[in-house]
Design a protein around this ligand. Structure first.
Ligand code: FRU
Length: 485
């Protein structure tokens, strides 16, 4: 509805005006991460390259730092450093999306940009309805809603959402995150010849499918693609129990590598591997660009995980997107590396080669700051090695296990931990720090830890500790940050 759309845009704009000063004054605002102007950001949506422009949409709640009737916010960039914050692409203005233009994806077809999303609807009794919807654009900025293209099939609850669309062998496919009537999480497949009429094919995998046991009551944000010849399903399952070092967050994001039989349809696959080991990571989405790179962006947040305890809430905003990562397949697992374009933000390098610390805790000259990239290559590691960040977080390595710790966001007297085993030991750490974010790539992208951190804003000190002797070289760059037009 055009009128309601105008009204919602106006209200959102007023909200932005009202809180911009408060938001901008927050020392926890970020230098090189995409954030909401005010309010709440969650999943990345519609990530695509069209011509020379990358489009990055995001779930946006302008009116509150909680969840609700989401808009699609919209950033564009040609180089991942210079951005334009476009007007919102979609507002929850129609009967089929009035309680939220929920997550979805984009595909370029016949010189138009097609957005697929879930229309979230609550009826007068609060019962949920779900519609898979389409919006089309000729200029990449203005989107015309085309309404509902797929209805809820029998056997599923209305927790049925997050369409990811791609082309394969002259057909279009759409994978959706679903919950069966037995309350089992599933990834289901639709097929189309024209992007407007969709046939339901069935689940490709899920909790209690094939020889999988129980694996969550709901699966969100599925993404299917080929990575260097290996088919992969990324998905965010809800309802996994913490298991040793695994599944420590409230909800998880990870992948199954396998083989997709599009006809059956069935994904034969191996075990689930988590994509990230930090405190905040969820609902990632990928795209492939013209250079053939498979690029992933995630939400630096987790639903229902003490979201309101983030101190930015009192400054009228919450959450951000992760830095984009390039994915590759090493024959066994997904390797994630920061996008090369991030090197363009680097200032001059500060290099210390062959530093040895033995039974001591030390600062390293010049290694400090709140908008920096660090690269550490190890020659040898003692019994234990740790990096203390800003008297707040600590990254430590001992007995083949890497641990990240920080004060518990809700109960600051407690410390919380996230851990991962490194079967081949530790040889490299590449760390991105941006005021209140921390992204740590371990062993050239074998593991990643993504987290928000809330040290004292002016605290810049980084300390290195070694039990026994550790020898390493360290490079540091100050990162200039994103530019907005
Ligand atoms: C994941 C999610 C999606 C949904 C969206 C709503 O974080 O719950 O399943 O489409 O967020 O904002």
């Amino acid at each position: 509805m055009a009128e309601r759309d105008q009204e919602l845009r106006q209200l959102a704009e007023e909200e932005v005006q009202k809180h911009t000063e408060t938001v901008e004054a927050d020392p926890y605002r970020l230098n090189y991460h995409l954030m909401p102007p005010v309010g709440l950001l969650n999943d990345p949506n519609g990530f695509v390259q069209w011509g020379d422009t990358y489009h990055i949409f995001y779930q946006w709640m302008p009116f509150d730092t909680g969840h609700g009737a989401k808009f699609w916010g919209h950033y564009t960039t040609k180089d991942f450093v210079n951005y334009t914050h476009e007007k919102p692409a979609l507002t929850p203005s129609d009967w089929f999306d009035k309680n939220g233009v929920y997550s979805g994806s984009a595909i370029v077809h016949e010189e138009k940009l097609y957005l697929f999303y879930t229309g979230n609807v609550k009826d007068e009794n609060g019962n949920r309805e779900t519609y898979q919807c389409l919006a089309v654009s000729e200029d990449g900025i203005n989107f015309e809603k085309k309404g509902v293209v797929a209805e809820l099939p029998a056997g599923y609850t209305p927790h049925f959402r997050d369409p990811k669309v791609w082309e394969h062998d002259d057909h279009f496919y759409m994978v959706i995150g679903a919950q069966s009537e037995e309350e089992q999480g599933k990834a289901v497949l639709f097929r189309s010849e024209n992007l407007t009429e969709w046939d339901f094919l069935g689940p490709i995998t899920g909790s209690k499918e094939g020889n999988m046991g129980e694996f969550g009551f709901m699966w969100e944000c599925p993404d299917v693609f080929d990575l260097d010849g290996q088919e992969v399903l990324i998905v965010s399952p809800q309802g996994l129990e913490e298991d040793g070092m695994n599944y420590a967050n409230v909800y998880q994001s990870g992948y199954f590598a396998g083989e997709l039989d599009y006809q059956a349809p069935k994904l034969e696959h191996g075990a689930f591997t988590e994509l990230d080991r930090g405190f905040e990571f969820y609902a990632p989405q990928t795209t492939v660009d013209e250079k053939g790179r498979r690029i992933l962006i995630g939400w630096m947040g987790v639903p229902d995980q003490y979201e309101q305890a983030h101190p930015t809430v009192e400054k009228e905003w919450i959450h951000c997107l992760t830095i984009p990562r390039q994915l590759t397949w090493n024959g066994q697992k997904i390797i994630q590396q920061p996008l090369d374009e991030f090197k363009d933000m680097r200032g001059p390098v500060l290099l210390h080669s062959s530093i040895t610390i033995e039974n001591d805790q030390k600062a390293v000259r010049g290694i400090q700051g709140r908008s920096i990239e660090l690269n550490i290559d190890f020659e040898s590691i003692g019994e234990q090695f740790a990096i203390e960040l800003f008297q707040y977080a600590s990254l430590s390595y001992k007995d083949g296990v890497m641990t990240l710790s920080r004060p518990h966001l809700e109960d600051k007297e407690k410390t919380e931990f996230r851990r991962v085993a490194l079967p081949d030991g530790l040889n490299n750490i590449r760390m991105f720090i941006d005021h209140s974010t921390l992204e740590i790539f371990v062993n050239d992208g074998e593991e990643v830890f993504t987290s928000r951190i809330y040290p004292q804003p002016e605290e810049e000190h980084i300390l290195f500790t070694s039990l026994g002797a550790s020898t390493f070289s360290i490079e540091q760059w100050k990162l200039s940050g994103f530019q907005y037009e």
